[in-house]
Design a protein around this ligand. Sequence first.
Ligand code: ATP
Ligand code: MG
Length: 580
Amino acid sequence: MTCPTVSKDDATRAAANLTDAVRARFSWDDARDKLDGLPGGGLNIAYEALDRHVAAGHGDQAAIRWLSKHGNQRDITYAALASDASRFANVLTQHGLKPGARVYSLLGRVPELYAAALGTLKAGMTFTPLFAAFGPEPIKSRMEIGEGNVLVTTAALYRKKVAPWRKKLGSLKLVLIVGDGGLPEDCVALRPEMDAAADTFETARTTEDDVALIHFTSGTTGKPKGAVHVHGAVVAHAATGRFALDLKPGDIYWCTADPGWVTGTSYGIISPLVNRVTMIVDEAEFDLDRWYGILQNEGVQVWYTAPTAIRMLMRAGKDAANSYDFSQLRFLASVGEPLNPEAVIWSRDVFGKPFHDNWWQTETGGIMIANTAGMDIHPGSMGKPLPGIDAGIVSREDGSVRACKPGEIGELALRPGWPSMMRSYLNEQARYDKCFVDGWYLSGDLALQDKDGYFWFVGRADDLIKSSGHLIGPFEVESALIEHEAIAEAAIIGIPDETAGEVVKAYVALNPGFEASEALERDIRGFARHRLGAAVAPREIVFRKQLPKTRSGKIMRRLLKARELGLPEGDVSTLEADEK
Ligand code: ATP
Ligand code: MG
């Protein structure tokens, strides 16, 4: 917490002042007024994302530059995407679906995904994206919980992951198949229906409070919850895109998040389109040279990615980036997990710009705390609350909460009232109600606020370690460990100990060129003791090729702990990389 400050340069100093002024003046009503609203009344995300730009004469601007896995490229203009969304809405309506119907997608980053998401919203129906990499069971259970009526997917995904249980899900009326691969039984090919449908559709006159999206949480701490979001969220998507991601009309913007995760929708579809940028959409998975190539060749100006990807780039070394020109990059942002200070400093060297960490959750619908353009960045800090966001650190005490002092660890809490706040957890009212105490929404994350107002992430409430009277947040220990030259990634858990209560155990993945050995373990333990002190440093270090992660790239510490203690693993439906 005593990290050096990366000072702002002159060019961004003005922006910092502007941000302070904007913060003071900001109101959600003003932010709402910046949107158009439907002609004749109502608010609909699809209209704000597409039609109003077309109406204002920007129909020819590319909304999406799609890069296929195989190296093809296709630009889709705002006008074309608006037409495709309308066609999709018409297809749904022609199949007898009514506003409020629930449409799921099980697709990679293909153009149809964007038409489906926006067409569904346009028709006043509810959209829920799933990870294409999910297995049959997680898909089935999420469609069951949400009583899905429509599924948009590919023939291959359908045959492997949906056909085995399709008949058991009575609510599922329509399966639309994207692309080739033959048409499975009881399914409808999307393309011919889209081609035959009209390219205009009268946007459903939804209000701010009408349900638009259901997003499942990442399942890092347990069974995923279905967070319900409304059309009014677009007010927050618009404003937070400007404030936290520095989006400006016409920017080339790249969000690497999978569409199955809330970031892939809030900031991979809605916020960028509402802010009229051109989105780079890459169909392929992470690949070092491909990613550096995209940043350079597409002239990406604003880049939004996650710590897990940044750590993969770091693992490859600075030399791997040397031959690329990143001079067009203006703003880099990261979300999903705490961003290690090391990563901020590294990005300054490699890209000439620091990564701006920001914090939010599926439940908050949009970014809440951020390092904004022009702000002094304190590496390791999540930044400060965005305009319109009232955040605090509190401690729960018998049904009420107490405000924590600067520097004191407590639960990160928000005053409800921002437009993208979830409106419920699907079928879990009691769980939802428990999130609210004393007029605060409690996030389940532990953090502290320093005297300058910066927020510092400490760990998930479930992951906090209590050792010999010390409270130890995993993030601090993990960040120190990855500063060791051999360590690429680290996960910390507490294991029961008779004298200390709990002691710290570390799981680490190594950088290329390093081999697990007793000597290395000793060296790392010495390094950690020196950096953190004997009470906080890991007692034991285990080497792993990879750490267990969710599909959204979050380390699943609870799984390491359950295995350590011989307890049931719990819900692992979102588990990606794994090695027991
Ligand atoms: P589940 O709620 O099912 O356990 P999850 O909390 O991982 O899963 P998400 O809503 O996708 O599901 O992730 C939000 C969480 O991710 C936050 O509550 C926080 O713990 C973590 N997170 C997101 N951004 C940051 C950040 N910048 N710094 C630290 N943690 C972050
Ligand atoms: Mg959560």
